[in-house]
Design a protein around this ligand. Structure first.
Ligand code: IPM
Ligand code: MG
Length: 358
């Protein structure tokens, strides 16, 4: 019977709508299995900027550091787009949380639930009735955090961003990918641009070295342009994908879109040890905020990932996933995944149904 401290950053837009349901679901799990989850709610993102003049106040970061895990909704919105980069919710809150807390391993599963296979934009002959890809994205290095600036070049003023990776950074993310693969179908595809980039040559060499410690895992390497193409041509080729920060940003959006239901996809950003931040892949969707329309499933499944990765509560995590499947199989859908012959429900009702199924 555990007791867990969770820092809760509801954020902007639909963040508060979907996080509220994930908290309800965690409370249901707590009741059923005898755990207590303590929620410490703090502001992050545009809502924090409005109150404190900064998207990630020290108080919020401290609360995150003192927690066992973080549950995040979504940050950002057109209201704050005019701000300079360091004050914008995306860079000022999200990127700062990732780097300050050492959350270097970003796991983004792209899964098609059987009940929703028709939602994929890919033909059924290609996709079949299921898809299960895990994108393991490096999250605290590369071009996102490299040297950047402006200078005078051959043609006058120019701007630059540097892509640099150390052996250490590549090794630790590769280890995460191979460990994940050992629990799945033992296949890893490493994505790089080693035909052009020096950083990718190092990436490929280090991933190949790490692979020697995992003789059972089949490793292949793919250039990022080809990978982008294969993801829509033959998505079943992929099981675990490991790639850099920038390539992972792009590839994970593509992978999520081929599932046809971005409102369903969770993510985990992990540090060494058990600490992690859990958030839906979708954004803040300000147009539907507060209207009981958003799909809470991505955030609820993110809470399930938290139980598994940060708290080691595998059975409880599975109970949430099973409840989601049960509710979808029973035909309940939020507007984003609604289709003929299904029953439309709002954010709160979807949360309630999932609790009930637990
Ligand atoms: C993501 C987002 C962020 C990123 C943005 C909001 C900074 O696109 O989490 O994929 O580029 O990492
Ligand atoms: Mg992205």
């Amino acid at each position: 019977m555990g007791s867990y401290n969770i820092a809760v950053l509801k954020g902007d837009g639909i963040g508060p709508d979907v996080v509220a349901e994930a908290m309800n679901v965690l409370n249901c799990i707590g009741e059923k299995y005898g755990h207590s989850f303590h929620f410490n709610e703090k502001l992050a993102g545009g809502c924090a900027y409005d109150v404190y003049g900064e998207p990630l106040p020290d108080e919020t970061l401290e609360a995150c550091r003192n927690s066992d895990a973080i549950l995040l909704g979504a940050v950002g919105g057109p209201k704050w787009d005019h701000l300079p980069a360091n004050l914008r919710p995306e860079a000022g809150a999200l990127l700062k949380l990732r780097s300050s807390l050492g959350l270097y391993a970003n796991l983004r599963p792209a899964i098609i639930h059987k009940a929703l296979s028709a939602a994929s934009p890919i033909k059924t002959e290609i996709i079949g009735d299921s898809l299960d890809i895990l994108v393991v994205r490096e999250l605290t290095g590369g071009i996102y955090f490299g040297k950047r600036g402006t200078r005078t070049g051959k043609y006058g003023m120019e701007a630059y961003d540097e892509e640099a990776y150390s052996e250490y950074e590549v090794k630790r993310i590769a280890v995460q990918a191979f460990e994940a693969a050992m629990k799945r179908s033992k296949r890893v595809t490493s994505i790089d641009k080693a035909n052009v980039l020096e950083s990718s040559k190092l990436w490929r060499r280090v991933v190949t070295e790490v692979a020697k410690d995992y003789p059972e895992v089949e490793l292949d390497h793919m250039y990022v342009d080809n990978a982008a193409m294969q993801l829509v041509r033959n998505p079943k080729h992929f099981d675990v994908i490991v790639t850099s920060n920038i390539f992972g940003d792009i590839i994970s959006d593509e992978a999520s879109q081929i599932t046809g239901s971005i409102g369903m996809l969770p993510s985990a950003s992990l540090a060494d040890g058990a600490f992690g931040m859990y958030e839906p892949i979708h954004g803040s969707a300000p147009d539907i905020a507060g209207r009981d329309m958003a799909n809470p499933i991505a955030t609820i499944l993110s809470a399930a990932m938290m139980l598994k990765f940060s708290f080691g509560l595998t059975e409880e995590s599975q109970a949430i996933e099973d409840a989601v499947t049960k509710v979808l199989d029973a035909g309940y859908r939020t507007p984003d995944i609604f289709s003929a012959d299904t029953k439309e429900v709002g954010t709160k009702e979807m949360g309630r149904l999932i609790c009930e199924a637990i």
